[in-house]
Design a protein around this ligand. Sequence first.
Ligand code: F0G
Length: 458
Amino acid sequence: MPKYPVEPFRIKMVEPIRLISPQARVEAMHTAGYNLFALKAEDVFVDLLTDSGTGAMSQSQWAAIMEGDESYAGARSYYRLAEAMQDIFGFEYFVPTHQGRAAENILSSLLIKPGMSVPSNMHFDTTDANIRARGGRPTNLVMEEGLNPKSQLPFKGNMDLELLRDFIHKVGPQNIPFGTITVTNNAGGGQPVSMENIRQVAEIYHQNGIPFFIDACRYAENAYFIKMREPGYAKKTTQEIAQEMFSLADGAFMSAKKDALVNIGGFLAMRDQQLYQNVCNELILREGFPTYGGLSGRDLDAMAVGLREGLDESYLAYRLGQTAYLAGRLQEYGVPIVEPAGGHAIYVDAGSFLPHIPQAEFPGQALAAALYLQGAIRGVEIGSVMFAHPDPDTGEMVYPHLELVRLAIPRRVYTQAHLDYVADTLGELSQRCNELRGFRITYSPPLLRHFTARFEPL
Ligand code: F0G
C-alpha cells in the first residue's frame, strides 16, 4: 500500500460537507445541464474540480491578512509582496493582477497581432483562449512521450526542442511575439519540466530574439520535482531551484491561486522597462493601480506569505506524496491514469477507460458526469469539451490527443480518507464502465465553452 508523508500541519478550523442522496444527484445533474461547473458546490461531497483558489490558508496567512494596508497607492502590503517576488522570481518589474488570466490578457493584448503564434509545451485553457481572443494561434509543442499516458519519463512536460526550432523556422520569429512554457504542464497531466529543458527552450527563444515568459502557476511543485528527479539538484533548496528557473526567462505570469496558496491573486513579471510601462497603463485601465492591481492590500499580504509557504519542502513532500498516493490506489483498481502521477492532480485517461465512446461524444464528460452520479465527486473534463476547436484555416474540427478527467487536489484541504473515498468510488465505477454513454452539446459559447456549455446524454 503506498503511503505519503504525514501532513506537516494540523487542522484548526473545519468546513462541514455533506453527501446528498443518489436521487438528488440525478436531479442536480439534470438541472446543471450535465455541466459540473453549473452544480451548486454544496451538492458536491469531494470537490476536485480545481486546485485553483481552493487551498486552505495557514494561520500565518490569516494573520498577515489582518496587517493588510488598504492604501490606494504604495501600500506596505505591496512592498511585502515585492520583497517575496524579488527573493523568489528576481524579475526587475512586476504588477499584481486579480488572477492569472488577467496577466495573460494584458500580455496578449500588448504583444499579439492577428495571425501571430505563441508556442508552449501546452497552453492551459485561459492562456489558449486569451491568445485566440487577440487573433493569435496558441501552439502546443510538448514532447511526444508527454502525450503517452503510460510513458514513465520523469519530465513529460518538456518541450520538443526539434519541433520548437522547426516551428520558429516555419512561421518566422517575427510572427512570434513571445514564447512560453507551462510549469507544471497542467493540460498534459500536471507533468514537470526539467531545468535542462527550460534552459534549452530559453536558448532557442533567445537565439531568435523571442521574449520568453514562464506560466508559473505550479512552479514550486515543478521545483520540487526537479530537486527529486534531476541530477545535480538534490542538494539545492526549492527556492534556489526556482531562482535558477526564472533567471532563464524574460518574464512570468502566474495565477497565485495555485502554488502561492491563496484564494485569489496573480501577477505579471518582466525585465523589460518599456513593456512594464505599457503593462502599467493597461493595468490601470482595466485592473487597478500598479501597487494593488485589482486586489485588496490584505490579498497581497496573504500572497506574500503564501509564496514562501508554497516552497516549503516538508509541505511539498506531503503534497506530491498525496497525489502519488491517490494514483497508487487507483492503479490497484486498474483505473487508467496518466503516469507517473503529476503534481497537483490525477488525470484519469477517459479515452482508455471508455474506448466505446468516440471523441465527438466526449468520453471525458461522460466519465466526469458518472463520477458525480456515483459518489458526488466533482472532477473536470480536460479533453474535447475543453480543447476541440475548428482549424482556423480549414474549419475542420481538431481534437486533442488525450481525453482526460482531472481530479485536482486542493492544497492542505482533504485527508487520506477523502482520497480513499475517491479511489473506491472510481473503483466501483470501473466495474460498469461499458454501461456509460456519451453526450451531445446543446449550448456552447464561442470561447472557453467548457465553463458554460450544456449537454444532453446520448
Ligand atoms: N495557467 C495555468 C497553467 C492554469 O492552470 C491556470 C488556471 C491559469 C493559467 C489561469 O489562472 O484561473 O487564476 O485565471 N487554472 C485553473 C485550473 C483554473 O483549474 O487548472 P486563473
